[in-house]
Design a protein around this ligand. Structure first.
Ligand code: HPA
Length: 266
């Protein structure tokens, strides 16, 4: 981690205040961003290269007017065989470098009736059903609290800013609870009915490990799901990765504008 942090210090300099993580198919959100630096993950110690289509694997320094932020285009997933400490390593490096606010994005299946595919949902809380935890380590990592509190982990003040920004660019933003599963298979209809009864509004295969690691490091987190598809069994259609990626590409431009607007405000 020290090696990765000093590399970023040398290549980029002091950290910007904000980082964005672009999830499955969502790297196109950055197509129109002005990138003043692009660093392939392969150049950064400990960063693994995501292996799944739709995840390029590069760190971008982005400038928009007076606003600078860093973006991780692509993340690694548990279903690829990576461990949770490997998956959260990039955000831990950014937080150690000095980034304090994170905008995490993902693609998710819509569970709650009324949540439209193609729309965005602010995550207000989560349910971790991955059966694993990135903080599980002996000896303890020394990165923060051993038993972090998660009651306020999805910053209410950042959510308010996000809602204002969405309104100002004419984007509808739902809010709800995200349940994280390991994948890689999509869920069964019975699982989706169960998740709905447990209080979940959307389901996905990422983000929660990063949120937990960032809570431990006392960073502020905003998380946004693009609802790419109706969750399994909520319609008669099957769920496919291609559908997830193409919905991501279609919505990416809007997400890009939202991230830029939020980064300018926080
Ligand atoms: N389930 C799990 N993960 C997902 C889904 C889904 O329906 N859509 C996008 N990511």
């Amino acid at each position: 981690m020290a090696k990765a942090v000093s590399f970023l210090q040398k290549e980029i300099g002091p950290p910007p205040p904000v980082a964005a993580v672009l999830g499955s198919g969502l790297s196109a959100a950055g197509d129109s961003w002005q990138k003043i630096g692009i660093i392939s993950y392969s150049r950064i110690a400990g960063f693994r290269k995501p292996g799944v289509a739709g995840h390029p694997g590069a760190l971008w320094m982005v400038r928009n007017g007076d606003t600078c932020f860093v973006a991780l285009a692509g993340r690694c997933h548990y279903y690829e065989g990576f461990s949770l400490p490997e998956i959260v390593f990039p955000v831990r490096v950014l937080a150690s470098w000095g980034v304090t606010r994170f905008i995490l994005t993902n693609a998710a299946g819509a569970i709650r009736p009324g949540l439209q595919p193609g729309s965005f949902m602010l995550i207000s809380d989560h349910i971790n059903l991955m059966g694993d935890n990135p903080l599980r380590a002996l000896p303890v990592t020394g990165l923060g609290d051993t038993f972090p509190d998660l009651t306020q982990v999805y910053s209410a003040s950042l959510r308010e800013i996000a809602r204002d920004c969405a309104e100002s660019i004419g984007l509808e933003l739902q809010e709800g609870v995200y349940v994280a599963v390991t994948g890689p298979n999509f869920e069964t209809p019975a699982e989706i009915r169960m998740f709905g009864k447990l209080g979940a509004d959307a389901v996905g295969m990422s983000t929660v490990p990063e949120v937990i690691a960032l809570a431990q490091m006392r960073c502020q987190v905003l998380a946004i799901s693009l609802l790419t598809n109706p969750a399994a069994g909520t319609t008669s259609e099957p769920v496919s990765h291609e559908e997830v990626l193409s919905a991501g590409t279609r919505a990416a431009e809007k997400l890009g504008r939202l991230i830029v607007a939020i980064a300018a405000k926080i």
